[in-house]
Ligand binder design. Structure first.
Ligand SMILES: Nc1ncnc2c1ncn2[C@@H]1O[C@H](COP(=O)(O)OP(=O)(O)OP(=O)(O)O)[C@@H](O)[C@H]1O
Ligand SMILES: [Mg+2]
Length: 358
């Protein structure tokens, strides 16, 4: 087991800098997730920890060892990739045992470790089969088993579930979480799926274009997103964003067309300042009152069973706004709804920088 520390870590491919200075302390036993859109640098960051990419500048420590110049094999890590190629001609047992055999562990020790990992992963019945006789989920478990038997001080996962179908992904997600809790091994998990990130991570790093947008627990990111990017990325269905300006007394936001919403506290912005207002679909509710409400024209209604999603047009500019209601709501396209949001659920961002304003 080990902590991991990033100290001003930069990465450039030629003249193209793709990671622009990451500082991060991952605690011993912690499960952290790096999340962000395609191309933001998630795999690059992970591969620098693994030793598969050179660190252009800065330092990475695993435990108290500076690993910058250590070979991958010397770093005491195990990695599970999206394409976890198993050896097709070897049995499940041999696939799991191979790395240990290479390292020259005694036969009995190897058998014990494989058996134990197989028990944890519930693949004990398949040890004699070859990989092609397994389902996708079972193969994924063998790939995990191969990492577990190494008893590393750090697990690195790079989108390990993205090859699986939706149902299996949910199941394996739960298994990975349980496994990490049982083993307590420091783990870094990369994904572009915000639900995976929210459900797995003790803490998340949201990465955008090689910059850290925010670090925090899933709840912190959800409740107090530091930027409009994080706000739009975390949470499903996604937050809606509307242009507005600060009202005369600083305690209201005023939208084009005249609708207003009261906000929590008082902002130190001048009346008339332009802001971006973020509203989560689950925080919008219907209201009968005219004051403090938004008028929405319903464009599309989606019945999901447990809830109903309403996509509407707001204001003269027909801005997109999504509303989530519990259960089955009979609402027709073209109808006008009046909705409100509690002041503590209204997020305000700087339209230029995207930064949160409190
Ligand atoms: N070997 C390489 N040479 C040059 N540029 C690279 C190389 N590997 C990655 N990049 C660039 O670095 C950036 C980050 O890539 P990276 O693979 O880390 O993204 P990612 O966040 O893992 O994306 P994805 O979700 O698609 O896997 C991208 O712009 C990519 O084009
Ligand atoms: Mg990647």
């Amino acid at each position: 087991m080990a902590e991991i520390r990033f100290n001003k870590v930069y990465k450039a491919y030629g003249n193209n800098e793709v990671i622009h200075g990451v500082d991060w302390h991952i605690r011993d036993g912690e499960f952290v997730v790096i999340v962000g859109p395609s191309g933001c640098g998630k795999s690059t960051l992970l591969r620098m920890v693994a030793g598969l990419e050179v660190i252009t500048s800065g330092e990475i420590f695993i435990g108290d060892r500076l690993v910058n110049d250590l070979e991958p094999a010397e770093r005491d890590i195990a990695m599970v990739f999206q394409n976890y190629a198993l050896y097709p001609h070897m049995s499940v047992f041999k696939n799991m045992a191979y790395g240990l055999k290479i390292r020259g562990l005694p036969k009995q020790e190897i058998e014990q470790r494989v058996q134990k990992a197989a028990d944890i992963l519930e693949i004990g019945d398949y040890l004699k089969r070859s990989p092609r006789q397994l389902s996708g989920g079972q193969r994924q478990r063998v790939a995990m088993g191969r990492a577990i038997v190494r008893q590393p001080s750090v697990f690195l996962f790079d989108e390990p579930l993205s090859n699986l179908d939706a149902k299996l992904r949910v199941q394996m997600r739960l298994e990975i979480k349980k496994l990490q809790e049982e083993l307590g091994i420091t783990s870094v998990y990369v994904t572009h799926d915000q639900i995976e990130a929210m459900t797995l991570g003790h803490r998340l790093m949201v990465l955008k274009d090689g910059y850290v947008e925010q670090l925090g627990t899933p709840i912190e990111l959800y409740e107090r997103p530091a930027t409009s990017f994080v706000a739009g990325f975390i949470g499903s269905p996604a937050m809606s964003f509307l242009d507005a300006e600060i009202g005369e007394d600083g305690r209201q936001v005023v939208f084009e067309g005249g609708d207003r919403l009261a906000i929590a506290g008082r902002l130190s912005l001048d009346a008339g300042s332009r802001v971006t207002v973020g509203l989560r679909p689950e925080h919008l509710v219907r209201t009968e009152e005219e004051a403090d409400s938004l008028h929405i024209k319903v464009r599309v209604v989606e019945h999901l069973g447990a809830d109903t999603l309403i996509h509407g047009d707001f204001g003269p500019g027909k801005a997109d706004l999504t509303i989530r209601m519990d259960g089955i709501e009979q609402i027709r396209t073209g109808e006008t709804l009046r909705i409100k949001a509690a002041p503590e659920h209204i997020h305000i961002f700087d339209p230029e920088t995207g930064g949160r304003i409190d």
